[in-house]
Design a protein. Structure first.
Length: 420
């Protein structure tokens, strides 16, 4: 197995980093070095690059960009190493790969049809984009292939205009895709086409004006009274007690399941007698430091300082529905639920699941994201918004406000004390 590390080898205050490839083959250890085009200062590399907490936003973003550049290069070199015969890997091999990385050969034809261009984009950005984005673009590509089959002709980048938008909406509506799914995907298609334009491909003059309005969605949340009910409930089954504790942690930290399910007692540090959670958000790569609230400390005290047992996303989603059902959250509520649209006698495929809006008992509408929504909604108006955004990690206040699910009347009641 090969590994890579980076070194600052210059006596100058600023320089390009050196890369070192280390691997073992036939019981011999090998070290091969080369020069990257990643330019940093000596002071940054020695004192800042590995720091976990950086208060300066610009410096923090610079650190994130540098680490992303290093990871992309490492992934490229290691991917090529895994395809190579170790006997052929030497200093010249590494030099050639660095040359290939920084000056890629134009051996991939730029496709002019939309599905083909998405494939081209994925190949071009293979070491830069996250798996989640790759999955979303692959889903869009597959949907465009099905739309092409339905239309009987190819969809070209230059033809993404109002007529395409109408065809796309008709197709999506026929196959029961929600309006918000359509809006997100159309925005994704526009982004891809804009990049194609950047590479010199022809685009339609109507592209920039293509728009779809989002549909207002009634996402459920758990208010403080409901959280008190969840806290005081005794569960006879251990897996429900475990899921309940994770649900409380999510509602009082405001984090995504991809982050809070990885919390351990090692994630906590104490500063000036105050407990803080430090972690990197999986979705954004942001380094987060958030307070450990009294409610979270109560869960930890119950478990001798440990977080609950980690479980899969699917089990968590299933179990917290059971938790809320046992707590009696049966009020009929309108919300979003993922269901199969396949006929009853046919096994559904991955294309047969849709998010639909319907009235159901509240516990059936509970999903892993309810914690993040509940945190934002419950504390909005009670805690300065700047603090809340610092905890949730949203990039803008506008994005944060999308999570606020109180009615105008509830917000007015919360604000009453400020004016009286």
């Amino acid at each position: 197995m090969a590994t890579i590390n980076y070194l600052y080898r210059s006596t100058k205050p600023e320089a390009f980093l050196n890369i070192r490839l280390l691997f073992r083959h036939n019981d011999n250890d090998y070290q091969i070095g080369g020069k990257t085009k990643i330019h940093v200062s000596k002071e940054y590399w020695q004192n800042t690059h590995e720091r976990k907490r950086i208060n300066d936003p610009d410096l923090s973003n610079y650190q994130l960009d540098t680490k992303n550049d290093l990871n992309a290069l490492s992934n490229f070199i290691l991917s090529n190493f895994n395809k190579a015969n170790p006997e052929n890997v030497d200093k010249q091999w590494l030099k050639d790969k660095l040359q290939e990385y920084y000056n890629p050969k134009e051996n991939i034809v730029i496709a002019e049809d939309l599905p083909g261009f998405i494939d081209y984009y994925l190949a071009l950005k293979q070491f830069e984009i996250k798996l989640s984005k790759r999955k979303r673009l692959t889903t869009t590509k597959n949907k465009m292939l099905r739309l092409e089959k339905d239309l009987g002709h190819k969809i070209f980048i230059a033809e993404i205009n109002e007529d395409f938008k109408t065809q796309y909406i008709d197709f999506s509506t026929k196959h029961s895709y929600s309006k918000n799914t359509q809006q997100r995907e159309l925005a994704r298609i526009k982004t891809i086409c804009t990049y194609a334009k950047y590479l010199g491909l022809e685009t339609h003059y109507q592209l920039d004006k293509l728009r779809m309005e989002r549909e207002t969605v009634n996402h459920v949340y758990l208010n403080f009274d409901e959280l008190d009910t969840i806290k005081s409930k005794t569960f006879s089954k251990d897996y429900l007690d475990n899921a309940r504790d994770w649900l409380l942690i999510s509602c009082f930290t405001g984090q995504r399941i991809s982050d809070f399910m990885k919390f351990t007692k090692e994630t906590i540090r104490t500063e000036n007698g105050k407990q803080l959670l430090e972690f990197k958000q999986q979705k954004t790569n942001k380094l987060m430091t958030i307070p450990v609230s009294k409610e979270v400390r109560n869960v930890l005290n119950k478990r001798n300082g440990n977080f609950p047992r980690s479980i899969s996303d699917q089990k968590y989603n299933d179990y917290i529905k059971e938790v809320c059902a046992e707590c009696g959250f049966d009020e009929v509520t309108k919300g979003k639920k993922r269901i199969s649209i396949a006929p009853e006698n046919i096994k559904p495929t991955k294309y047969d699941y849709r998010d639909v809006f319907k009235e159901l008992p509240k516990h059936e509408l509970i999903t892993s994201h309810v914690g993040r929504r509940s945190f934002a909604t419950n504390y909005y108006g009670k805690v300065p918004t700047t603090y809340l955004i610092g905890i949730t990690g949203h990039s803008t206040e506008k994005m944060f406000l999308n999570y606020i699910k109180k009615s105008n009347k509830d917000l007015a009641l919360d604000a009453y004390d400020y004016f009286n």
